[in-house]
Design a protein around this ligand. Structure first.
Ligand code: GUN
Length: 292
């Protein structure tokens, strides 16, 4: 039976460490780190994510601001706001919650963010630095997974790691990070995606499987190797008859995989809270490395 990679517990530890750092900053009569989040439109999941980011800021003692735009906002209005935040000496880092409405070119928006304030680690300059193993902001979800593996002392060196999904936010950066020369990396990485045939032939041989595809219960116990490490990034809203009207489901069929794996992340309480904690970590890094 697998042991749990408890993201909720580790995220609390990470946030407590950040809070202590903020207390030291304030004790030196300096202002608190300040994170700004831009939310466009009415997407329920995006609203929930952004609200939780604001709550996390309060918890660790950061200042936070939430800037809302209607879904009809123009690209130029958004670019203007980004320019203002880039220049503001009172803002250490900011994020533009994705996805954006169709009239807005997402890549153009990301490119407009000053890389030094890009605490999501989405700017191509930061993505390139990540790939080249230079100091930079790592995207929060992959950073959270690395931190979880690190704190549980999971061996990744020389292991076969299969990643399912090649999104710019999770799969693609994860595939680079797991193959980097620093710990936890040094894995032999296979990046699988929607055109991969017979995905189970890859997952069955993998020591580590990281799923980020958004297909509830996709990965079953008979698709993995005994003793594997299973990391579930999926969080899909599945409608049900509960009061909320939905529950969150991972990509991993937990019961059948937990029988065979050595380590597994639960959903909720696995990768999700780690992602949130790492945005706070990136913000304090931005604060400490700020040119102001
Ligand atoms: N949408 C889903 N995940 C993320 C994230 O980590 N950052 C931003 N900005 N948008 C997202």
């Amino acid at each position: 039976m697998a042991q749990i990679l408890d993201g909720l517990k580790v995220s609390k530890e990470v946030k407590a460490e950040i809070k202590e750092e903020v207390e030291r900053i304030l004790a030196n009569n300096r202002r608190a780190p300040h994170l700004v989040a831009i939310l466009v439109g009415n997407n329920g999941a995006s609203k929930a994510y952004v609200n939780s980011k604001v709550k996390d800021c309060e918890e660790v003692g950061f200042q936070s601001s939430l800037i809302k735009f209607p879904s009809t906002v123009s690209e130029s209005e958004l670019l203007e706001k980004i320019d203002e935040l880039n220049k503001s000496k009172a803002v250490d880092g900011f994020i533009v919650q994705l996805p954006l409405p169709k009239q807005i070119d997402q890549e153009k928006i990301i490119m407009a963010i000053d890389p030094r304030k890009d605490v999501d680690g989405f700017h191509p300059e930061n993505f390139g630095k990540m790939a080249l193993e230079m100091d930079t902001f790592l995207p929060a979800t992959p950073f959270g997974i690395l931190t979880l593996l690190e704190r549980y002392n999971i061996e990744t060196k020389g292991k076969d790691c299969v990643i399912i999904g090649r999104s710019r936010i999770v799969g693609k950066p994860m595939s680079i990070l797991m193959g980097r020369k620093d710990f936890p990396g040094n894995s032999t990485v296979t990046l699988t995606h929607s055109y991969t045939e017979k995905i189970e032939e890859y997952t069955k041989k993998a020591d580590i499987v990281i799923t980020a595809l958004g297909d509830p219960n996709f990965l079953k116990g008979d698709m993995i190797k005994k003793g594997a490490v299973i990391v579930d990034v999926g969080i899909t809203r599945v409608e049900d008859a509960s009061e909320k009207g939905y529950h969150l489901a991972g990509d991993v069929d937990f019961d059948s995989c937990a029988e065979k794996a050595d380590w597994i992340t639960p959903v909720p309480g696995g990768v999700g809270p780690m992602t949130r904690a790492m945005l706070m970590k990136n913000t304090i890094i931005a604060y400490k490395t700020s040119v102001y």
